[in-house]
Write a protein that binds this ligand. Sequence first.
Ligand code: ADP
Ligand code: GLC
Length: 474
Amino acid sequence: MKILMVCAEFAPWAKTGGLADAVAGLSDALCASGHDVRVLLPRYAHLPAPRGTRHTVEGVGGPFRLAELEPDQKAEHAGRRRARPRVFVVDLGDLTGDAIYTGDARDAGRFLRLSAAAAAFSAAKAWRPDVLHCHDWHTALVPVFQRLPPRATARSVLTLHNVGYQGIFAASVFAEHGFAALEQVLPADARASGDTNFLRAGLRAADRVTTVSPTYADEIRLPEFGMGLEDVLDERSGDLVGILNGVDYSVWSPERDPFLPQRYDAKDLAPKRRLKKRLLGRLKLVADVDAPLVGSVSRLVAQKGIDLLAAVMPALLQDTNASFAVLGNGDPAISGELRRLADAHRTRVSFIEGYDEALAHEIFAGSDLTVVPSRYEPCGLTQMYALRYGSIPVVRATGGLADTIRHFDAATGLGNGSVFRDADPQGVSWGVRTALGWYADQDVWSQLVRNAMAADFSWPLQVPHYEELYRSLL
Ligand code: ADP
Ligand code: GLC
């Protein structure tokens, strides 16, 4: 099948979170299964200058200038050596800027351009996709653009990676950026008090809707998780399916990790211990390799519940010998709290504020526990990465976390992590302390680490679900 992926992020080219890994992983796996996959991204300023031939496609708000990114270099660098999809970028004109997201109305202009270009590209004679697969609010308007000429005949799929981000903008953004024509074909309920909700419009217009775990697919039909979209999600439940994300183990496994100075696998964990020692040194934490190291790699936003972890840290520091390594950036209130904790407990708490791909890998490899205390989690990739590195996930039972982590039972030896129910400090505290209890017993811990490292969430396992979905549309 010919599939066009339209997205704001794609690893390793443009990444702020799991969206980039998920779309790249899925696209790679579809390619490996023999499908013709192409990807369309905005031409962010940080991307290398495209070298391939440039071409122009005509459509509403166009013309759009497209160019193909030179394959491999960066992919090779990140350890990917297989056939990869062809990646095209759309010129953003004066909306080009360094960041992937500007966080203001310019984002509306950028993603309107990307979405319009995707519809135009799909309708052009050169290459007509069977499926137009868009992701999140950024490209949710692609199926709405398909309602205008030139009509792309491709069937549309909208994947929800996170309904907490909907793309709500003043209706004036359409005319401002040259897309006034789209207003005529917008689904009526995407409009409310002068604003337009991009994601709601896409949910009405797409042929099928998917999300990134079965549990999240059920949750978002309820007010607690639907974030105001539960009505349309419930109405479209017949067209909504939850397919768990996969992991690209060519990048995210300790046997092959291109970012690690030493590799390891479940048969010999001695290198993991050395990586832990190295990490403790680098972060200036107390050099006790036998004491548990609790890691967290996360965007710092309410969704992720890192504030809950911060709230219980003082008591955990007092009652246990655990140390903490937290890598993240985002909300200043949460980073401020983490910085205060790190200042007050210099040898036990390290907070690295920022985005650091290599350090993320080192933390999964060097830590014993990975805490993911999310208030909601569409899928979550870090708990799956942590499993493979033998860093035991401590997670809240929600969304994809509930679908991937099973609470360990020391009596039967079954399970792969510590799962707590409530997104509150007591929940996180219970989850971490339960895991530390297992850590204290060598035999129990070894069994748990073996279970964790044996988990297989590779993408090829998920591809048949997408193939079935695409086929059902054609
Ligand atoms: P989300 O997409 O909601 O942020 P996921 O668990 O799906 O959550 O994916 C997060 C991805 O982003 C992982 O690859 C994780 O390693 C990465 N990540 C998050 N924060 C950082 C950071 N500060 N530095 C490096 N990588 C990060
Ligand atoms: C979103 C979600 C996360 C998911 C990722 C990739 O950012 O927050 O749960 O894993 O997308 O689908």
